[in-house]
Design a protein around this ligand. Structure first.
Ligand code: ATP
Length: 575
């Protein structure tokens, strides 16, 4: 009897995903049709397929590099990035230099001293900046800008304007909000030009009511709904199970926060970790993460206006909804941050948290403002979350087999979100994917009533930060309207910044739409990071090489899918 395995037996479910497309893959048709995969392994500014193939010239000086970009046709400029070294047939940079300008990015060594000096002298700010400004391309004077463009039609004004921004707006990979705010503060940019050319295309249906809140967050009721509750404070209090704010120093007294430490920071708040109590009998005690977000105050914090009740409410709703997917009937996943509690507190920052903030600042140099600035009447939203590990940019995978399975967890979590509540994350960069080791062998999901399990390969992923996310809950659609965010779409520095442009094109700048293709774009970005960006313990093994190849094959097909759901249906052969 022949007891050898048949040819297909070694394949796992992920390989099956690739099966329907081998001919396309061999012909390389997928790449040109879907516009994006040829440039996947790094990125920067926009370019065209043809340039990638044809340009074999040696490296040219900076000015010529910019000329090459300017030669591009109208449609091509907007679509996708290509690593510049690739286009020129040379490896121009390893990671820290913008391929557009050859500028050094902050944090990568080189001539940063000069940059620091300039920032401190000219901008009078202490913060680290994540971009470098090239004076000839900087739009720093609005009159100059007007003169430069006065004879052009408005479309050209906008395009030139955007290109002008792009040439100086180079952000580091991952968290972008603070560096972009810093750029905005230091550049006078006439974003109104862009708004007039590119108006938001939100076209609510007949019975739709739009409830705007500044800072881009919008909620649309898809049904006829006359009872809009505009009392956002009461709604926030309801979500907090409170009738009024609690004193900050009492709710989070030192005795309640054992082994506390500041572990991170975002544009909107500070993040602390401490040892949690056992929540249930027989359960393990998990560490708790405290995310502290100042709201409603008139002082700017970390370069941002504080969020209002109206702006924080959708984030609370989305966080709770995504967390609640760990229990349910039709669609379940624990791939989104687990939220234990939300509270509204008032008062100055507790002294022990200030000490933790200062220790972090001594060690890592905080980019945030010192929390001593808050007065006694300051309000904060405090989210208590389950600690979920390190973000992907810092995590060290054992090998590509482990990261390949982590990718599958991300796909499934997104698919469950799409199925349950038309969820699109819209900002799934590697700083928003947390990873921690797990002893669990398998991770379970329910997708469209079907129970599915994945090998964990020793890691568990968690998706965080819903600031740009879009969701529908009970005919209530919530999204962040990025229609007039000219600078975000002009940024470069990583494939990540192409994704914002790809989303805008896909949605035709109508950010209320549900288009799960945006999740696919982010999956393409994550796969690229797993191939070329993340840290691995062992790279000289057969299994690592095998799985890097699998990731590359996956990368060449991913953009042909319409959604994470579509992808999962192929992986698990669901019809
Ligand atoms: N549940 C968690 N477990 C572990 N670390 C976390 C958790 N939530 C947040 N963090 C850490 O805190 C950092 C900041 O959190 P988060 O991204 O939610 O803040 P933010 O203010 O929304 O950031 P942004 O600047 O993108 O707006 C994260 O990058 C991560 O390192």
């Amino acid at each position: 009897m022949d007891d050898t395995l048949d040819d297909e037996a070694w394949k796992d479910s992920f390989d099956k995903l690739l099966d329907p497309r081998p001919q396309l893959r061999m012909l390389n048709i997928i790449k040109s049709n879907v516009r994006a995969s040829f440039n996947i392994d790094s990125s920067i500014e926009n370019s065209s397929h043809s340039i990638l193939k044809e340009n074999k010239e040696p490296v040219r000086p900076k000015q010529h590099i910019l000329d090459v970009c300017d030669d591009l046709g109208e449609g091509e400029k907007r679509s996708i990035s290509t690593p510049f070294g690739k286009r020129l047939g040379v490896d121009l940079f390893h990671c820290g230099i913008s391929p557009i300008t050859g500028m050094k990015l902050d944090g990568f060594g080189g001539n940063t001293e000069k940059l620091q000096d300039r920032v401190e002298v000219e901008l009078h700010i202490k913060k680290r900046v994540c971009f470098e400004v090239e004076s000839t391309n900087t739009i720093s004077n609005s009159d100059e800008l007007k003169n430069k463009f006065k004879d052009r039609n408005s479309k050209n004004i906008s395009d030139e304007h955007r290109e002008g921004i792009r040439s100086s707006l180079v952000l580091q990979p991952g968290k972008w909000r603070k560096s972009l705010n810093c750029w905005r503060r230091t550049h006078v940019v006439e974003t109104t030009l862009d708004i007039s050319v590119n108006p938001p295309l939100i076209t609510p249906r007949a019975h739709t009511q739009v409830r705007p809140s500044s800072l881009g967050r919008k909620s649309i009721f898809l049904n006829d709904c006359n009872n809009i509750d505009n009392d956002f404070e009461s709604q926030v209090l309801r979500h907090c199970d409170q009738r009024k704010p609690i004193r900050f120093d009492i709710l989070y007294a030192p005795s309640k926060m054992v082994n506390a430490k500041k572990i991170g920071e975002g544009a909107y708040g500070e993040v602390f970790r401490y040892s949690g109590k056992k929540r249930k009998r027989n359960s393990y005690s998990t560490d708790v993460v405290l995310k502290v977000i100042p709201i409603e105050g008139s002082t700017e914090i970390n370069g941002e206006l504080q969020k209002t009740f109206a702006q924080i409410l959708p984030e609370i709703i989305i966080s709770k909804k995504m967390s609640s997917l760990r229990v349910g009937k039709n669609n379940t996943t624990d791939g989104y941050a687990n939220i234990f509690k939300v509270s509204l507190v008032r008062g100055t920052y507790p002294e022990h948290l200030i000490k933790l903030w200062e220790s972090y600042d001594d060690e890592k140099e905080s980019e945030n403002d010192h929390p001593k600035i808050f007065a006694d009447d300051q309000l904060f939203i405090v989210l208590e979350l389950e600690f979920s590990g390190e973000d992907m940019s810092n995590f060290k995978f054992v090998n590509a087999e482990q990261s390949y399975y982590a990718l599958q967890q991300i796909i499934l979590a997104l698919a469950v979100g799409e199925e349950e509540c038309q969820f699109e994350h819209r900002d799934l960069h590697w700083g928003n994917i947390l990873i921690e080791p797990t002893a669990e062998k398998e991770i379970s999901y329910t997708f469209h009533t079907k129970d599915l399990t994945l090998c964990s390969k020793g890691v568990k992923i968690t998706i965080i930060d819903y600031t740009l996310s879009r969701i529908t809950i009970d005919d209530f659609c919530n999204f962040n309207d990025l229609a007039s965010d000219a600078e975000l779409f002009a940024a470069s520095g990583d494939y990540q910044y192409d994704i914002y442009r790809m989303m805008r094109d896909e949605l035709k700048n109508n950010w209320a739409l549900f288009s799960p293709k945006t999740n696919v774009f982010w999956l393409s970005y994550v796969t690229e990071k797993l191939i070329t960006g993340v840290h691995y313990k062992s790279v000289n093994t057969k299994v690592h090489r095998l799985y890097i190849e699998k990731l590359k094959t996956f990368q060449s097909t991913i953009l042909t899918f319409e959604s994470a759901t579509h992808c999962v249906k192929h992986i698990f052969d669901l019809t």
